[in-house]
Design a protein around this ligand. Sequence first.
Ligand code: NAD
Length: 513
Amino acid sequence: MPALPSTDHVHDRVTSALQRCGVDHLPEVTGTGHPARTPITGEALFDVAACGPADVERAIGAADTCFRTAWRDTPAPVRGHLVRRLGELLREHKGDLADIVTVEAGKIRSEAAGEVQEMIDICDFAVGLSRQLYGRTMASERPGHRLMETWHPLGVVGVVTAFNFPVAVWAWNTAVALVCGDTVVWKPSELTPLTALACHALLARAASDVGAPSDVHHVLIGGRDTGALLVDDPRVALLSATGSVRMGREVAPRVAARLGRCLLELGGNNAAVVAPSADLDLAVRGVVFGAAGTAGQRCTTLRRLIVHEDVAEAVTDRVVEAYGRLRARIGDPFDDATLVGPLIGESAHRAMAEALEEAAAEGGTVLCGGARCLEKEAPDAYYVEPAVVRMPRQSDIVRQETFAPILYVLTYRTLEEALDIHNGVPQGLSSSIFTTDQREAELFMSAAGSDCGIVNVNIGTSGAEIGGAFGGEKATGGGRESGSDAWRAYMRRATNTVNYSTELPLAQGVSFL
Ligand code: NAD
């Protein structure tokens, strides 16, 4: 098992990375501020200044003024210059940001670098978008009239993010919101303040380099209370919130009560169907990365494997065998040999242990994994062996998202039965089918198939690209971010009718005066 670095080593590495990104003078741990921890050792690295209500008021006020007096009237392609410069700085500091992501979220280095690459990709996308915020022209029913739609900036976008994608989700929102002419106030996860400070510093540098106003972006370090101030502020035109279903249930009614707009990206409970015709080599690789990668801490992590009974034994044996090989590769996420880093913290470990107990009580059999590792080397860190559990049916625990590496295995006889199991959970984020039967693949992607926002064929549930719209249905919240036409959520649409004739015909043939 790759040995763990000391907290001092992690501290020094992240300090250098932060400094290169433009974040200086982080105070040492005193126990009085907001602690920035690393799940690698479970210990605190710095005390970060948390924001109070006055800071929130100032940040929203400044972002709102900047929106009204400067940013919304800056031509979109000129707004694109800021995002292009941000993309250049992200390329330059890809290694630094990946280091900070690994330190704070515990992701293995290649996944952390992949997350930063997503930021770069969305910047490229948004720069192109800055010249493509197209509206439609429609045929008017009246002679001498033109009917068209225009898209305008919305205002301040409040961005609330989760710990597990501490930089990519911010970039999906911010790169697109900025070219759309919005200003951004970001409340990152309380578990990942360092990545947030680094992103903010890079964006501030980009703004200064291109002459954009510094108030286009503010960051608020703090917990739920700080987030709640953004949620309730009527100046926040759009609240884009990523996190658990629990958080969405708290936030959505409050934004609705002030008739604000919400974009919700909440939890998933993702499944893969493995059909008898599937290429099993491919399926097993897709399943293992989807379920055990990122230590089971992706919103798109594979949590349910729905496998045809003819291939169930072969697939399960091969997955369990692959998990056996993972066991020696749990540990320091900076080590290239590591494939499974730590859980984010103690509560995640407790949730995993409780879920395994509940699964056993509901008739499940643990086929492998579940044990805690490295607790002697790092008593405050939580490393676990990813678990595979065979379930007799889709019981209560299987229908919940436990944010840890537990893969439940269920079997099916007909595709109809597989779809019933697949869609029989509250969440609707990501899904996949492994099959070489075109009819099955098409049915899975059809209206009668998977009810998720992401529907894949012959790839796993995790690892989306930025070009598509990302998000899910049902309890996942219905929001879409990133590519395709997700930008429309960050703008308001005006429908314009222009009369260039000398008459005033009324629509629908109405006559008046
Ligand atoms: P979380 O819900 O605990 O916290 C997410 C963010 O919401 C944090 O910034 C937190 O401070 C804030 N928050 C929580 N309650 C709030 C409230 N009442 N008012 C205002 N802000 C509040 O989630 P987490 O543990 O950080 O992340 C894991 C969860 O996020 C999982 O459920 C995962 O599936 C989900 N997730 C979803 C997506 C997606 O795109 N669908 C992406 C990443 C993570």
